[in-house]
Design a protein around this ligand. Sequence first.
Ligand SMILES: [Zn+2]
Ligand SMILES: [Zn+2]
Length: 667
Amino acid sequence: MAVTVTLPDGKALELPDGATGADAAAAIGPGLARAALAVAIGASPEDAAEVRDLARTLPDGALLSVITSKSGDQALQLIRHDAAHVLAAAVMDLYEGVKISIGPPIAEGFYYDFEFPPGTVISEADFPKIEERMRAHIKAAERFERQDVPVAEARERFVAEDQDYKVELIDDLVSAASDPARGGDSPLETVSLYTNGPFTDLCRGPHAPSTARVGAFRLSSVAGAYWRGDSTRTMLTRIYGTAFFSKTELAEHLERIEQAKARDHRKLGRELGLFTFSEVSPGAAFWLPAGTGIFNALVRLSRQMGAERGYSEVKTPQIFDSELWKTSGHWGKYRQNMFTVQVEDREMGVKPMNCPGHAHLFGSSRHSYRDLPIRYFEPGLLHRNEASGVLHGLLRVRHFAQDDGHIFCTEEQVEDEVGGCLQMAFDTYALFGFEISIELSTRPEQRVGSDEMWDRAEAKLTRTLEELGLDYELNVGDGAFYGPKIDMHMTDSLGRSWQLGTVQLDYSMPARFELSYTGADNQEHTPVMIHRAMFGSYERFIGIMIEHYAGELPLWLAPVQTIVLPVSDRFNEYAASVRDSLRGEETRIELDDRSESIGRKIRDAELRKVPYMLVVGDREQGEGTVAVREHHGGDQGSVPVQEFAERLDGELYSSALKPRKSSERRV
Ligand SMILES: [Zn+2]
Ligand SMILES: [Zn+2]
């Protein structure tokens, strides 16, 4: 008797019956036997492989690949799960009477939730002690032993140990197993336990062969977490940590976190005097003059680019009768996210999106096919009732503005219009030097319209993407209920991905609003609606941009572009005249006339990341010049004021909308 498995290179490997993953790795080579952490088993190449312990016997005919530290996320997940068990083992060693609940690996590390005995409060100050115990468990290279035991036996064990959460988990597994509504079809007979050293956990696995595979770890934070996420249940203590194969990888990870902290837009926004938040209006930014300058520069850019591409700017109301929201479908599906107000005896909703207003506007007059496409743009102010717990600086707010555009066109015009939107998006992102990736999302389960409509719409988007020669990822089933969409994501300088723009086909709203145009055949037809935004919300975009550039915004967006620095008070008057002559609609210029040394003034301006510093003293005043210093670039020599003005204009208006070189640098 033998089992045969197929390796990733297509070769068959024959092993004696009862062979394990470890046996397979050893049969391939001694190096792999040492490096192996687990195996991935698949039934077919299309099947998602299941990761299993090395010690488990192999099923005949499986596709097998061996997971090592080089296997990326799969491998990291394994040792992070190992580290969670090690954390629980250490906590059990140190705190008598502690109750354990769950401890999974997560995207950036792992956590474990505990109920500490009354009176014991854990803080980061306890981490060194816990980490020391964790290191002892890792140094001991404790093997992870899996045992599949009868349910009753496992239950008794945890009852005897007073581990109520584990007992509840077992009871829940038992009832789920025979509950068809939860996908169960047969009574549960066994559960799996994993033991490392003195610690045993109810756990599905898999795990690496021993705790020694956790190369480097760090506990990071502690937080409260309700048992099962249920606010009526006990508040547990969640300890977070992360783990890597090597100290170098851990150090790099910690460095990235430090950089992200240093770049946190909330911190930079405060330091650079851009915006502030207040409890008097949670989730809504108060924009200071410098931040308002950035905001307005982006709005001007959307207006300018829109105007060049045939958009007409419109303005629609802030609050609408609930009847409009019923027509659009928001009242049924989105009402809990809207702010509502009672006006006399009518219920009104504050707009969370501009689309229904634009649809209503389109419907307010008659249109012929000759008028189409009609492209509306509105940098409209929106409100969404986000829960206070999810608000996060500018990235998640209740009050924001979007660069919102809606195109009403004929079926035949869809491809050109979508192509135009994509081109506009690329033109926009190029100004910021962003790397963009594209996703096409297709029909979801819950949707309106016929399959034939969806076939057509998806084909149009696919064709447009292919004609433009764009690479994209397919997100099957992720489209909006009213139509398929194309989303654009940028990867920032810390490697994080952000969704920015979107282009969505909508076959639902025009029908709901009974929109029509008169065709060449003199019949009434329903137009197609395209929703598109490049920035999404300006607030969020500014937050992303501040973090991406670490606050060093390109000249045209810099909150203060130029600052005049007199070397002493004697030159304040000349400095003020320089400032006045450079003032303009697009220029944001300041004067530092404090009685500080010039060295101090330069240092402060550098900290504020002001692109141009104009130093003026005796010589400059005598010659009508300014000595130009560039942020990061140092001394650029003296030039007549007029020459500098032209240089600034040139940079702002032509090559203008490009980030400065110093801002393009990647970390
Ligand atoms: Zn586990
Ligand atoms: Zn829309």
